[in-house]
Design a protein around this ligand. Structure first.
Ligand code: AMP
Length: 398
């Protein structure tokens, strides 16, 4: 990567603003999974060990700014305080939490920082201007520090005040997490060892159709599973019953089918159910035989075999999106079997693009078996689409 990394900065005694991704899941104010905090530690620890004054900023959840009552409720729900407590337990230095995103209290806390200490600011989204990349807000936050480090991979696809606004004013670098994420994705997508097989699943066709287009240019095979597949089956004129379909994407799917030839691999059978429930009646039917009142919720056993065959010998695999409704045990086989098949490929670079497929692989116990599991679903998807990630583009070149 030609971007500066944190090791290119002279951080000793400097106030370093680090945009981290502390968007952790919270239930009643308790963190239910601290993976994102842990993923930021290499950069944070490096800065502490090298005598920086560390100013951490992150968003947490969403804050509605249109309705005052909702704003207050969202702020209460998405308060960064529990994150500061957890962070304090896992780093070997003082962590001061500032319940403000502007003003004297924040400025004083930063001015009192000693080398190697940390200030964690309240949720960046408490500010209305954050998501709009408000120029004044970006300039103000930048004025609080001397250097900027981008380590929130999960947010680099968003041009916000904290991701893009701040580094327009400061000398900047990527943190270790962003560096690792980008180098893994670049290796898999841009310079893949071949054969390169991409597997795209999940439900949101509109979010993922562009990635199919780009991967058709780069990969040797593109497997489509999950809810995505039914829009393609509809494009083939096959009966899909009540399965998920995005009608306004059928024409595009037709186009891809026509240009992709045998590069595009679709399921050939389906586990169908008469309701979206684990208690529904289920049966396995071939493509084209899904009756009205039934919906495809997983790929069938023949599709699993076909996908395994397609994966055989692959040296690079990129996976984004489950093969079925894996959250319900009766429809988890496709995702489980594909996950197993990918993780058992000898000598292959295997990358999961975050989101639900990452959750599935971790839930099914395969975390250690992949070369890389991305921490940013949206960001990795946009990278795979070939889009520029604004939070990385803005970082200074070496
Ligand atoms: P995405 O965010 O696009 O990766 O979609 C993930 C979601 O897709 C998961 O919650 C799955 O339950 C869901 N999903 C996968 N396959 C299907 C399907 N055949 N029908 C409906 N939802 C599905």
């Amino acid at each position: 990567m030609a971007k500066q990394t944190v090791k290119d900065l002279d951080v000793q005694g400097k106030k370093v603003i680090v945009r981290v991704d502390f968007n952790v899941p919270l239930k009643d104010g308790v963190i239910t999974n601290d993976n994102r905090i842990m993923a930021a530690l290499p950069t944070i620890n490096y800065l502490i060990e090298n005598g920086a004054k560390v100013i951490l900023m992150s968003h947490l959840g969403k804050v509605n700014h249109k309705d005052a009552e909702k704003t207050e409720a969202d702020k209460k729900k998405n308060n960064m305080a529990p994150v500061a407590v957890r962070l304090g337990e896992v780093v070997d230095t003082k962590v001061s939490f500032v319940d403000a995103t502007k003003g004297e209290v924040l400025e004083a806390a930063i001015n009192e920082l000693q080398n190697g200490e940390i200030v964690l600011m309240q949720n960046t989204r408490y500010e209305k201007g954050e998501s709009k990349n408000d120029a004044e807000l970006g300039a103000y936050w930048a004025s609080l520090g001397e250097l900027f480090v981008s380590d929130a991979f999960g947010s680099v696809h968003r041009a916000h005040a904290s991701t893009v606004g701040i580094p327009t004013h400061l000398s900047s670098a990527c943190g270790f997490l962003v560096e690792k994420e980008v180098s893994m994705l670049a290796k898999a997508v841009d310079t893949p060892a071949r054969p390169f097989v991409a597997i795209i699943g999940g439900a949101k066709v509109s979010d993922k159709i562009a990635v199919v287009d780009n991967l058709l240019k780069k990969a040797d095979k593109v497997i489509i599973g999950g809810g995505m597949a039914y829009t393609f089956m509809a494009a083939q004129g096959l009966a899909i019953g009540n399965s998920l379909v995005e009608a306004d994407k059928v024409e595009l799917a037709k186009e891809y089918l026509a240009k992709a030839g045998d590069k595009l691999v679709l399921p050939i059978d389906n586990v169908v159910a008469d309701a979206f429930s684990n208690d529904a009646n289920i049966k396995v039917v071939p493509n084209g035989a899904i009756e009205d009142g039934w919906m495809g919720l997983d790929i069938g056993p023949k599709s699993i075999e076909l996908f395994k065959e397609t994966l055989q010998g692959a040296k690079t695999v990129v996976w984004n999106g489950p093969m079925g409704v894996f959250e319900l045990s009766n429809f988890a086989s496709g995702t489980l079997e594909v996950c197993k098949a990918i993780s058992n490929l000898p000598g292959a670079t295997t990358v999961i693009g975050g989101g639900d497929s990452a959750a599935a692989a971790i839930q099914l116990g395969f975390k250690e078996k992949f070369t890389h599991i991305s921490t940013g679903g949206g960001a990795s998807l946009e990278y795979m689409e070939g889009k520029v990630l604004p939070g990385i583009a803005i970082i200074q070149e070496k």
